[in-house]
Design a protein around this ligand. Structure first.
Ligand SMILES: O=C(O)CCC(=O)C(=O)O
Ligand SMILES: [Fe+2]
Length: 279
């Protein structure tokens, strides 16, 4: 299995990228419009946020699910028994974050959303017609002006020794949404499950963007694009003492968008959140 590393500026990029998604559920893109310096500033600023007890004042609002989710209530991946070793902050359009972090995170949300629209255009243009005729509207318009698209600032704390046996940074799971866009993390650990069942590390060179197919694109494409299982493994050696940050943008269609004969985007999301135990 080969997760392609695609040059965003290359004339063949759209075709190469879509082929990688089709074959592996994942693609890696370089030379893209998300500034590396912006991502680095966000990682540094948010590491300080999560390392300060003041974060508890930003606890999420149960009505909107925006805000800080402490490790004690964060997700348990479907089919796992232990909670993931992570905490995160959920940002939707208009979500307030600490003043010093607001401008950069808004900028990242805006640029990543634009890149996602372009990538969805690439995917659609390279999808066989018998599959794409079943899309209820263009993939890029499904996410345009959507208030459901979720930016998750993720913090995996350094290991301190008190973690419960068997707990992992992120248990094996699939994403619910259409596609996920995330910049390379500051630390390794993300792995993708190949068709042969083998786990493979996803390359994480600084400055690259990683994109994966979520369940909603799998559903809308009748399985043509596979929503691939992935996980974040625990570090070994010196990197156990280091926190890991990541910044996935989960692209969600507007709630009323028809995904398939069985599901609207909203109906699908509600069903899946119930399974995760977070709604
Ligand atoms: O932290 C990562 O690299 C991936 C996170 C992830 O898969 C998720 O939050 O759904
Ligand atoms: Fe994920």
């Amino acid at each position: 299995m080969n997760v392609q590393n695609v040059d965003y500026q290359n004339a063949q990029a759209a075709q190469q990228f879509t082929q990688s998604l089709r074959e592996t559920g994942f693609g890696v893109v370089r030379n893209h419009p998300v500034p590396k310096a912006l991502v680095e500033r966000i990682y540094a600023g948010w590491a300080a946020f999560f390392e300060d007890e003041g974060k508890h004042q930003w606890r999420f609002d149960p009505a909107t699910h925006a805000g800080f989710f402490p490790a004690s209530i964060s997700e348990t991946a479907k089919g796992q028994t232990q909670k993931d070793l992570k905490e995160y902050f959920h940002i939707y359009p208009g979500t307030k974050v600490p003043d010093s972090l607001q401008a950069d995170i808004d900028e990242y949300y805006r640029i990543a959303q634009e890149v996602a629209e372009t990538l969805l255009g690439w995917i659609e243009a390279n999808t066989p017609e018998d599959v794409s005729t079943r899309f209820s509207e263009s993939l890029s318009s499904m996410i345009r002006d959507s208030h459901q698209t979720l930016l998750r600032v993720l913090y995996y704390p350094p290991f301190e020794g008190g973690e419960s046996a068997g707990a992992v940074r992120a248990g094996a799971h699939e994403d619910i949404n259409l596609i996920t866009v995330l910049p390379a993390s500051n630390e390794a650990g993300l792995e993708v499950k190949g068709r042969d069942g083998q786990w493979l590390p996803v390359p994480c060179d600084p400055g690259q963007l990683i994109i994966n197919v979520g369940d909603m694109l799998q559903e809308a494409s009748s399985g043509y694009f596979p929503s691939t299982t992935h996980r974040v493994v625990n570090p070994e050696g010196a990197s156990r003492q280091r926190a890991r940050l990541s910044l996935p943008l989960f692209l969600h269609p507007r709630p009323e968008v028809t995904l398939s004969e069985r599901y609207s985007a909203d109906g699908y999301l509600k069903e899946r959140l119930k399974e995760l135990g977070v709604s």
